[in-house]
Each structure stands twice: as C-alpha cells, then as structure tokens.
Unconditional design. Structure first.
Length: 228
C-alpha cells in the first residue's frame, strides 16, 4: 500500500492546494514508482482526488474504493474558520497567536463529529493535536475547505463516464459528508457502482478496518479481472 501525504499535509509543501493539483501530484507519484495500473482508495477529500485521476487517466485506474466520500457541492461544506483565515490580519492572529488553543478546540469539535456515534480514539486525538501545531497544515486545510464546493461542481458531470469498478463505503451516521448528500447520489450516478452503508460515522477506516480491507481486496480483484 502506498499512502502519499496530500499537498500541505505532513512534510509535503503546500504549493497549490486544490483537487486538481493533488490529482496531478498523485499522477507524478505513480510515474516515479513506475506503477501502470492501481486501485485507488480515497477517504473524504481524498475521494474527489481519486475520482479526478480516474476521469483523467482511466487506463491507470483499475478500480476505485471511496470511503465517506465528498462528491457534491452540498450546503455546509465550507467552515467559518476557513473563510476567516483567508483575511491576512485574521490569518496572522489565528496561526501565530491562537494556533495551539484553537487547534485543540478544532480537534475536539471536528473529531467528535467525525467519529460520532462512537467516542474519538485517544490515538487519533493525540495525532491530530500534533498536526494542529503545524501552521502550514492548518492553512492547507482551510484552502481545501474554501475551494472544494467549486471543484466538486466541475467533477460532477464526469461521474457518469467512469467505467472502472467503483465500491463506495459510507456511514449511516456520517455528520461530515452525510451519505444522502454524497455517497448515495454518487452510487446512482456511476454505472455499476456498489454502495455499502455501514452502521458508523465518517472515520470508517478507524471503526470498520476489516470491512475496508475486504472492500479494497474485492475492488482490486475486480480491477484485475477487467484487464483480461
């Protein structure tokens, strides 16, 4: 399994933080590793990146596994904090003065929503608190959040043209990308897509790891069968 950091996350420099730029970076990673055909797994914001690459380079994508996907410009995607840090004086205040307390508060708020209806795991809280201290990561998250609705509008018309196997996992209690706003209509838009609605929230790879692993294996087998 290969898990590259998105632009602006981890130690990857931000550059242009958009779905299109992330898809281009992913293509370059696959080129560098000499990978001709892969199963792409995209969670949340990673799903539109995977969808974009599958649309641009269908010969390279054997299958898609989309977990708790963002797929449509539904209401409520853009958070207030993302809009605020776009204004330089507030960006300076947030990322230079309030970074630690605000970062911790966002971890608690967003983490609770992401894992609902189950408690947030301690390991996830510890990891995200460490990430919240990185100014570049906060700004990357804000930029992604500000631009995602516009980018999804551009992706929607291409969903019907996808022909690789597409397996979608979604939580019935997802409060960040509700299944009825994203996963359900996406499965209806893509010919032959399989949708599995689970008793869970947004972080299915944490709460349902065995289901996710089995789904990836199944998708990979379907993609390999399609090569013959």
């Amino acid at each position: 399994m290969i898990a590259p950091d998105r632009l602006g996350h981890g130690y990857t420099p931000p550059g242009e933080v958009t779905v299109a730029a992330n898809a281009q970076q992913l293509s370059e990673v696959l080129d560098a590793l000499n990978l001709k055909r892969v199963t792409l797994v995209g969670h949340s914001y990673g799903a539109p990146i995977a969808l974009a690459l599958a649309r641009q380079q269908p010969e390279r994508v054997g299958a898609l596994v989309l977990i708790s996907p963002l797929a449509y410009p539904a209401p409520g995607l853009t958070r207030l904090l993302a809009r605020l840090v776009a204004w330089p004086p507030l960006e300076w205040l947030v990322t230079r003065i309030l970074l630690i307390p605000l970062g911790y508060a966002v971890v608690e708020l967003e983490g609770s929503r992401a894992f609902a209806p189950v408690p947030m795991p301690h390991a996830w809280r510890r990891m995200m608190r460490a990430f919240s201290l990185r100014r570049t990561q906060l700004l990357a998250l804000a930029e992604e959040n500000r631009t995602i609705s516009r980018e999804l509008e551009g992706l929607v018309p291409g969903y019907a043209a996808l022909r690789c196997p597409v397996l979608i996992l979604a939580g019935q209690h997802d409060r960040l990308s509700p299944a009825e706003d994203h996963a359900v209509p996406l499965a209806q838009a893509i010919w032959g897509a399989e949708l599995n609605l689970l008793d869970g929230g947004h972080q299915l790879h944490w709460t349902h790891p065995d289901v996710v692993a089995d789904t990836v294996r199944h998708a990979t087998a379907l993609g390999q069968a399609g090569e013959r």
